[in-house]
Design a protein around this ligand. Sequence first.
Ligand code: NAP
Length: 277
Amino acid sequence: MKLNDLFSVEGKVVIVTGGSRGIGEMIARGFLANGARVYISSRTADVCNATAERLQADYGSQCVSIPADLSALEGIDGFVAEFSSWEDRLDVLVNNAGVAAGGALEDFPEESWDRVMEGNVKGPFFTTQRLLPYLEAAASDDSPAKVINIGSVDGVKVSPFPSVSSYGPSKAALHQLTRVLAAHLNQRNVLVNAIAPGPFPTVMLSRGFGGGGDVENTDWGKARDLNPRGRVGRPEEIAGLAIFLGSHASDYIVGEVITCDGGYVSAGARFDLRGPE
Ligand SMILES: NC(=O)c1ccc[n+]([C@@H]2O[C@H](COP(=O)([O-])OP(=O)(O)OC[C@H]3O[C@@H](n4cnc5c(N)ncnc54)[C@H](OP(=O)(O)O)[C@@H]3O)[C@@H](O)[C@H]2O)c1
């Protein structure tokens, strides 16, 4: 069995929600660099359009921007209507779009709770539901379609940050939704798995570390200190796992939540190898 037969995503039709920046852009780049046709979506149309143009120019593979708010049915249905004017099948759906909010327990706002749950749980559920006919059109026993939900280590392990948040609970819900959808869609040849990333240097994480969303100028020192590998994740590390889950090589993997976190969840102790001063 050749590497290319196992891991090729050439010619696959891929959607990456939240593909305009951050982890979504990293994943979109991975698929485009390997010959997939990629559709990206985010709410901010000009940013989404500019990213798609840049990625298509970088890789020479088709990258289409379909701006939409995927936290509500109206936006999801509009997105699917536009997608259907381009394609009649979908090989890989990456439910990556997500939002975070933090605050003090005593005055954590209802609006933040709802916004995070709608963006991180409701959105992926209804996006998958509405795209199911396209996934099934691509799916067969020998070549299943794939759904990859982007969860978080915060859905597995309580965040070390002092603020309370609906983010971790929303990601734990997405991990369980992954298992539920996986069970329901397995026999229909649509395989659902999740990736739970650790720290990747993006707008979202920059805000969490006090950098205000300025990725270049954020001090990532604290993120490095908290991580057993002593660094944040690199684009190819998240893209590689997504490509694996989108390719033939993962056709017997169903309903898993796979961490990509430098050992933060499963090998979380970071020993001081310098020993006593
Ligand atoms: N970075 C990390 O360390 C980390 C760790 C664990 C998990 N994650 C997860 O990875 C995913 C990507 O995070 P990121 O760090 O790359 O965040 P990011 O830089 O904030 O990017 C989020 C993307 O999602 C889009 N988006 C947000 N809400 C949307 C909506 N309602 N409809 C459509 N698009 C929407 C954003 O664009 P607009 O704002 O223009 O809509 C943007 O493209 C998220 O699910 C996040 O929870 C990230």
